[in-house]
Write a protein that binds this ligand. Structure first.
Ligand SMILES: O=C(O)CCC(=O)C(=O)O
Length: 262
């Protein structure tokens, strides 16, 4: 779904202030239901084989295969989302991550954290360089582990942000979402995962987009060559630094992305 230039400017201004924007009912529910159906067996298998990256008690990070329903340009090349990404993180971004965060029953509060360290130690914070686009594969209520985040801490030094939190000058917002809603966020904002108190998993997809020159060694997307040949020029450009592979790894390959909290 596209936005007018005025709408994009407004989203960019909100992002600048808050470190995130929410797009209500942006993706079709039917598409996301198909993702959830494809994700369920993957979640079961990866949890059973102990090949997830564990993000706390009963909380799992799992990379999605770039194949089938997950290799969907209507999602990762969405013009509205890319329009906002380009306004806050510059033109010609790279896509470097396609994964999920899933708290299960028995999950607990994570410590408050940022997903990345600052670009330059000891310097005031810089413009955005690493963004997460999040969308759930179910409705997210206060019961099943809403993402909790501070607003505006993406532009603060980590120690200042933590001090503001400790002194109760900033608060946490639990983001309730309906299937189809999307968050675009600067991963430097202080945030945390919360307990899922229900018997249903709460999968949240994360697509990582970075500034054109930024490299994240901890994540990548394997692009099968037969799929690569069918990508649009826009998709090829977004995935330009991602490895091309003859075939996807067996799903039992363990996650390499272990350190996630700063
Ligand atoms: O799943 C969530 O709600 C948050 C997870 C998170 O922040 C993380 O693992 O870094």
């Amino acid at each position: 779904m596209g936005f007018s230039n005025d709408e994009l400017q407004e989203y960019a201004a909100t992002f600048e202030r808050d470190g995130m924007v929410v797009l209500k009912q942006h993706f079709p529910k039917a598409t996301l239901n198909a993702w959830r159906d494809a994700f369920e067996p993957l979640l079961r298998e990866r949890v059973a084989s102990g090949t997830t990256a564990v993000r706390g008690d009963n909380r799992h990070y799992i990379t999605l295969p770039f194949a089938g329903v997950f290799a969907d340009e209507s999602i990762f090349c969405d013009p509205g989302i890319l329009g906002i990404v380009e306004r806050v993180a510059g033109g010609d971004p790279v896509m470097c991550q396609l994964a999920t965060d899933t708290p299960l029953i028995g999950s607990t509060y994570q410590d408050l954290h940022r997903d990345t360290p600052p670009l330059f130690d000891d310097l005031p914070e810089t413009p955005s360089f690493q963004l997460a686009v999040n969308f759930p594969l179910c409705d997210v209520s206060l019961e099943n582990g809403p993402f909790e985040t501070t607003l505006g801490t993406h532009r603060m030094r980590p120690d200042e942000a933590m001090k503001a939190w400790n002194e109760k000058r900033i608060g946490l917002h639990a983001i309730q979402m309906e299937l189809g809603d999307v968050i675009i966020r600067d991963v430097r904002a202080l945030h945390r995962g919360t307990p899922n108190k229900t018997n249903q998993p709460r999968p949240m997809v994360v697509i990582g987009y970075s500034r054109s020159w930024y490299f994240r060694p901890e994540v990548h997307i394997d692009v099968p060559v037969d799929l690569d040949e069918r990508l649009s020029p826009r998709a090829m450009r977004l995935l330009r630094h991602m490895p091309r592979v003859a075939a996807l790894d067996a799903p039992r390959a363990p996650e390499a992305y272990q350190k996630f909290a700063y």
